[in-house]
Design a protein around this ligand. Structure first.
Ligand code: BG6
Length: 485
């Protein structure tokens, strides 16, 4: 599909980490696949005093290395020809004038995309300054990178400030997990098949686990991470979106608002957490020194730019409940952590045990459906089959599909898919304001409890599966985390 949408993409924060590692490489992939309008331009902007040649040098050294597939010198040459650079300081209106002239000089653009890959404190001045040069007309789409605020209030302020210049249909709030093919496939699994949906409820399911585990620590992002923490970095957004996609009702269509209405209903149906619930149902952890393959791993407090007395969480586990007819009584266990023993993002649906068993040994192995989002994209349904030979024993085996092998086709990275959706004006995979604020509202009691609590985070050894308290959270309900099942 060649989009015939002729665009200008203004990339604020163009010299930053996200632009170099993800956005520019993903735009290259879209270019290489022939998905960008031949005249579409990328206008990199930031405070740095570069000219286009100096910026392209940086792109060459810092961004090109992140292109894993389909690289060709020829295509790279035609790709970088799309790029221009302009020095713009978010807080100095006069520096926006040249940007306005560059954009307005071209009369045949269908839309102007403004991607704000900057700290959220710059969103408001950038919007004001864009409006002053006329870049808030109906052609403009504005993309907001997470984190969108640090709590409900700041997120409302950002939304109000951006909303003063742009209509909701012009605002694309990014959560890159929604761009992952495997998360979108969940909707197909549930709503394009007859066999899963009837079982997708409290009658058949005992519990649901959502995990995003990372092996890396905070690396060079200590300064950002220490004021952010896992709750804001991963739970309020990525895990919440996984929860919504897993638990939502079937939307009337795949139109943006139909999907977003159903996701919002899930967040609104989450049982609000009292401060006491937080103590009982939420575990915060922080990694302590460990070892992997004979190499010592730093504890969080030893990481670059992390204050030695920091209480920032690098791990969170939550037992959540959804108060509606489908899910009442089914605990949803959410967890995420850095420096864990494996890198995996997955959704695990644990079925109830059978009421009556006629085989010799099947009591302890209820069915389980595992949807792995990464590192591989796969679906495994754990079922009981008879052990060959005499006797009536059964054993567990997985009916397993590796999507990458089963289905041919280019699998775009999340950011590529999302960037193309912005260019093409498709809002379904972006958060609506009410959704985002509802998610903040739900996590607020957790932040409040932690800010008042005298208890430090639970320690867990780097390269482990998290603190003992998280294991106890499930054990209380007679459940185990997936790696122990
Ligand atoms: C980002 C977080 O949003 O998601 C990072 O800021 C995290 O801390 C990353 O590492 C994880 O994304 P993915 O796609 O690698 O699972």
């Amino acid at each position: 599909m060649n989009t015939q949408t002729n665009f200008d993409l203004i990339l604020f924060g163009a010299t930053g980490d996200l632009a170099m590692r993800k956005l520019i490489p993903c735009l290259y992939q879209a270019h290489a696949a022939g998905l960008l309008h031949p005249e579409g331009r990328i206008l990199g902007v930031s405070r740095s005093e570069f000219d286009t040649a100096a910026f392209l040098k940086k792109v060459e050294s810092d961004s090109k290395i992140h292109i894993k597939n389909h690289f060709s010198d020829e295509l790279w040459k035609t790709f970088v020809a799309r790029i221009q650079y302009l020095t713009v300081d978010a807080t100095r209106p006069e520096t926006f004038l040249a940007l306005g002239e560059t954009v307005n000089a071209r009369k045949n653009t269908d839309n102007v995309i403004v991607y704000l890959s900057t700290a959220p404190k710059f969103f408001t001045p950038i919007c004001e300054n864009l409006a002053a040069i006329g870049l808030n007309n109906e052609k403009v789409r504005i993309v907001l990178e997470k984190p969108l605020g640090t709590d409900l209030k700041s997120s409302q302020e950002i939304n109000a400030a951006v909303g003063a210049f742009y209509q909701e249909k012009q605002i694309y709030r990014i959560d890159h997990y929604l761009g992952k093919e495997s998360l979108q496939n969940l909707l197909a699994l549930r709503f394009a098949n007859i066999m899963f949906e009837p079982l997708w409820n409290n009658k058949y399911l005992k519990s649901v686990q959502l995990t995003i585990a990372e092996q890396l620590g905070v690396e060079e992002r200590g300064e950002f991470y220490d004021i952010t923490g896992a709750l804001r970095d991963m739970v309020q957004n990525h895990l919440m979106q996984m929860l919504c996609m897993t638990a939502m009702e079937k939307p009337a269509s795949l139109d943006a608002d139909a999907v977003r209405d159903e996701k919002l209903k899930v967040i609104k149906s989450l049982k609000p957490l009292s401060l006491k619930d937080v103590e009982q149902n939420v575990v915060r952890g922080q990694y302590t020194p460990g070892e992997k393959d004979g190499i010592r791993l730093n504890g969080y407090l030893e990481e670059h730019q992390v204050p030695p007395e920091s209480r920032t969480e690098t791990y969170v586990a939550i037992k959540a409940e959804i108060q509606n007819q489908r899910w009442a009584g089914v605990p949803f266990y959410l967890r995420t952590g850095k420096r864990m023993a494996g890198k995996v993002a997955e959704i695990v649906l644990n079925f109830h045990d059978l009421d009556n068993h006629i085989f010799e040994n099947s009591q302890s192995a209820p069915n389980r459906l595992v949807i792995e989002l990464q590192p591989t994209e796969s679906i495994r349904l754990y079922t009981q089959v008879k052990t060959p030979g005499a006797g009536n024993r059964v054993e567990t085996t997985a009916l397993s599909v590796d999507m990458g092998q089963a289905i041919e086709g280019r699998r775009a990275e999340a950011y590529e898919r999302l960037l193309l959706d912005v260019i093409n004006g498709k809002l379904a995979l972006f958060n609506r304001r009410d959704e985002l604020e509802a998610a903040w509202e739900w996590v607020m009691p957790i932040m409040e409890n932690w800010s008042q609590s005298l208890n430090p985070p639970h320690g867990y050894t780097a390269d482990s599966w998290g603190p003992e308290a998280a294991r106890a959270l499930l054990a209380r309900d007679g459940n185990l985390w997936h790696e122990e099942q």
